[in-house]
Design a protein around this ligand. Sequence first.
Ligand code: ZN
Ligand code: ZN
Length: 137
Amino acid sequence: MSKPIQGTCLCGRVQYRVTGPFDVFHLCHCSQCRRSTGTAHAANIFTTEDRLEWLAGEDLVKRYIPDREGVISKAFCTHCGSLVPYTSLKSGRLIIPAGSLSEPPGIEPDDNIFWRDRADWYDAGLAAEHVEQFPDD
Ligand SMILES: [Zn+2]
Ligand SMILES: [Zn+2]
């Protein structure tokens, strides 16, 4: 077991702690993950359910259960909408949205999955200018 790592949603009401080491880290470019996150790809770390401990706001966590077969699920803070960890209905594994972690997870992405499904603008985005803050114009 490694040192516990904390994570939180944007508003700070939901807080959790996870303990690694973690199994695998996927960047998922599938269309469902793009739509679910509203961005280019999901960044999900996989582990087992027993590694998670809620520290605050567990009652604010809403679990989205899809009403159709083959649709991914998710969990989020009902106050700010940020994704938070949840257990996959399909695999039973704990999925941690890496962006919600407050410290480095000690694991790097293993792969970019569903690469062919990536956003049309993703490659151009990687090549675009890197700027340190929101531009003035
Ligand atoms: Zn929140
Ligand atoms: Zn996906």
